[in-house]
Design a protein around this ligand. Structure first.
Ligand code: ADP
Ligand code: MG
Length: 362
């Protein structure tokens, strides 16, 4: 659902490195953000997400590398000349100013005439559904409203690039879920090139056109949400996004063996390296009458059954001791019909759900 606004700009990052002492906050990062795209940097705490955003915004100068917005080299440009809107995790609002005072701040920095500034502020507030809130004081607002004010301030001067650093992490879950959808709609409406930072994989999957998974200052994989989930490039990505079990498998000619038996594989086999079979809990099933012939079957012992309201989670051990999680929907009678801990069960995995990945973090 990309929507390229007039004036949206692609971002080109090339070989950017930033060290703090011995730590490579960014380690030779190259990245292309498409014009009008919503791209998310996803990674654990300390992986370099904020540093990369600060390089884009101009608050951090990298040791090496280049950065372009469109055709223009940006590395030497100070933040206020970059035409970038920025939203921070902690809002960074001025508590002693009104809502309108905060939202209008970037316009005052740019010497926008007063009448135009006022109409822009009101328009930005309406865009984030805070029309009429201009005279309120910041300390009279809820967390969600403060975040909207910060957002209005970041878009009021109609920047061509919008950067957001974990903007929803201070909100409770319900509000966060709603704001994710709203931010997405806002992006569709305004269409500016957006780089969004989060450590929350579900948030990244919900919002993004593409996701760059970051670890130790490097980009592990850049792909659409579905491609990342279905075809992770390595174990780090597979582990970070979704739940999965990993079973070591061996190569034998053009086949792959699990515990000596050939696996039926739908997709491709990585060309090199030691291999793991990745099993997502919602893709493996208890073998039953409806299970087709052409599936992989594993004999296992049930170790745990967990009721989770909308679904159940069943853990089962294979003969080598490795554990597989299996998630299934709960319908009338499902729970009573599940095998109990200690019982034998046959697990079924379709060839297209038998995903092979390279061991290691890429
Ligand atoms: P993230 O946003 O993914 O949590 P950061 O980009 O903030 O990660 O940090 C990446 C690494 O760089 C971390 O190891 C962090 O401690 C280090 N780092 C970031 N900023 C500084 C700084 N100003 N001084 C020293 N080390 C820093
Ligand atoms: Mg950070």
């Amino acid at each position: 659902m990309q929507n390229e606004a007039v004036g949206a700009l692609p971002i080109t990052v090339r070989n950017v490195t930033k060290r703090y002492g011995r730590v490579f906050a960014l380690d030779d990062v190259s990245l292309d953000v498409r014009s009008g795209e919503f791209l998310t940097l996803l990674g654990p705490s300390g992986s370099g997400k904020t540093t990369l955003l600060m390089v884009l915004a101009g608050f951090t100068r990298p040791d090496r590398g280049s950065l372009k917005f469109g055709e223009t080299e940006m590395i030497r440009k100070p933040p206020h000349l970059r035409d970038v809107g920025m939203v921070f995790q902690n809002y960074a609002l001025f508590p002693h100013m009104t809502v309108a005072g905060n939202v209008g701040y970037p316009l005052r920095l740019r010497n926008t005439p007063k009448a135009e500034a006022e109409s822009r502020v009101e328009r930005a507030l309406e865009t984030v559904q805070l029309g009429g809130y201009g005279a309120r004081r910041i300390d009279q607002l809820s967390g969600g409203q403060k975040q909207r004010v910060a957002l209005a301030r970041s878009i009021v001067f109609e920047p061509r690039i919008l950067l957001m650093d974990e903007p929803l992490s201070a909100l409770d879950k319900k509000l966060r879920d709603r704001m994710q959808i709203e931010l997405r709609h806002l992006h569709e409406k305004l269409g500016m090139t957006t780089v969004y930072v989060t450590h929350d994989q579900r948030e990244a999957l919900t919002m993004s056109d593409r996701i760059a998974v970051v670890n130790h200052g490097r980009i592990m994989q850049l792909a659409t949400p579905q491609a990342l989930y279905d075809r992770p490039a390595n174990r780090f990505v597979a582990d970070f996004i979704g739940d999965s079990a990993f079973l070591p498998v061996t190569r034998s000619g053009d086949q792959v063996l699990l515990h000596g038996a050939p696996l039926k594989i739908g997709g491709s086999i990585p060309a090199s390296g030691s291999l793991l079979l990745m099993i997502r809990p919602e893709r493996v099933r208890l073998a039953g009458e409806e299970t087709g012939e052409d599936v992989n079957r594993f004999e296992a012992t049930v170790s745990e059954v967990v009721y989770q309201g909308d679904s159940y989670l069943l853990y089962a051990r294979l003969s080598d001791g490795s554990e597989i999680g299996l998630r299934g929907p709960i319908r009338e009678g499902t729970v009573a019909g599940l095998p109990k801990p200690g019982a034998q069960a046959t697990l079924a995995l379709a060839p297209e759900d038998a995903i092979l990945i390279e061991d290691g973090d890429g």
